[in-house]
Design a protein around this ligand. Structure first.
Ligand SMILES: Nc1nc2c(ncn2[C@@H]2O[C@H](COP(=O)(O)OP(=O)(O)O)[C@@H](O)[C@H]2O)c(=O)[nH]1
Ligand SMILES: [Mg+2]
Ligand SMILES: [Zn+2]
Length: 301
């Protein structure tokens, strides 16, 4: 019997249903199918595969460093693994949902993945209001980078490239913020990479509906993972009691709570609510905390 370690190693760069595109260490891409449920995988997975004609069979998924989930109302699904960082792209316009932003950050924290916010369209007057809405995030130590991916291409590239170099970065953000602009700016041959993938998956669908891995550099050391909008982003896998730990501004105030099991909703002597009152936690952040907590509690019954 062949041991998994004797099989060829590959990187999953796209998936559609039970069809995956696996890239070999030499940079060749081929269509693979999983053998049974155990070899179900996501973009970013390292897999062991075997050739069957000009396609392949995935025999084994290597242990993951981390895993990101998304969900719709009915199901939670994993969609990317082995990430070095998350880049959440928002823009001056369209106005972004702070709740979605907060959820993405909580999911990243829960998966143990560092996250940064990139604020695009700095050339528009609405940038001032967007910057203001991000102030609580800057204050809790999350880096916010302002760019104008279309209006100031070179400057934006110079700002982002050093942060991405040599890493695997998942790019998330609502549609209309500039994700495609970002990919095209940094990976000039992205269209060719997409073409290859859509042809291989032979899906006939618009390819941006699936998560895809792009290489920025010819040496294939810097990966960008593009994923459709974050509306369906979910937190179902999180335990409500853990939620304060995943929100740095809330977490910081919990040590002042009188009760060790304080939910920060109605207990006397709550450090979190006191912080909201004196403005150390923004009202919108506290509202988002209560909304997510009630969702997480409800789903248990
Ligand atoms: N004003 C302005 N518009 C931009 C900038 N970057 C992207 N856009 C525009 O924003 C729109 C959405 O961009 P796109 O990359 O398709 O967003 P996606 O839906 O996230 O992929 C397009 O019309 C872009 O031209 C920018 O720096 N400034
Ligand atoms: Mg797009
Ligand atoms: Zn409390």
């Amino acid at each position: 019997m062949s041991k998994a370690a004797d099989l060829d190693l590959g990187l999953v760069v796209a998936g559609h249903g039970r069809h995956y595109i696996v890239e070999t260490p030499e940079g060749e891409r081929l269509t693979c199918h999983p053998r049974g449920k155990k070899s179900d995988c996501v973009v970013g997975d390292k897999v062991r595969w075997q050739a069957t004609g000009d396609e392949g069979v995935i025999e084994h998924v290597e242990p993951r460093r981390n895993l990101m989930f998304r969900q719709d109302e009915w199901k939670t699904k994993s969609f990317a693994a082995n990430l070095d960082q998350l880049l959440i792209l928002v823009a001056a316009e369209p106005v972004f949902s702070e709740s979605q932003l907060a959820r993405a950050l909580i999911a990243a924290e829960s998966a143990g993945i560092a996250a940064r916010i990139v604020l695009n369209k700095a050339d528009l007057p609405a940038i001032a209001a967007a910057r203001e809405r991000l102030a609580p995030y800057t204050a809790m130590g999350i880096e916010v980078l302002e760019v104008a991916l279309k209006a100031r291409k070179e400057e934006s590239r110079a700002l982002l490239e050093p942060l991405l170099k040599g890493r695997a970065t998942l790019v998330l953000g609502p549609s209309g913020t500039g994700k495609s602009t970002l990919i095209n700016l940094l990976a000039p041959d992205a269209k060719a990479q997409i073409g290859e993938i859509s042809q291989a998956l032979n899906s006939g669908r618009h390819t941006t509906t699936t998560t895809q891995w792009y290489w920025i550099d010819a040496e294939r050391t810097t990966g960008l993972i593009d994923s459709p909008g974050f509306q369906e982003f979910g937190l179902r896998q999180i335990d409500g009691q853990q939620l304060p730990r995943l929100m740095p501004d809330i977490r910081e105030q919990t040590s002042l709570c009188k009760f060790y099991n304080c939910t920060h909703l109605h207990e006397p002597g709550c450090g979190v609510r006191a912080a909201v009152e004196r403005g150390a936690i923004s009202e919108s952040r506290y509202r988002i905390y209560t909304e997510i907590l009630s969702e997480l509690v409800k789903q248990r019954y």
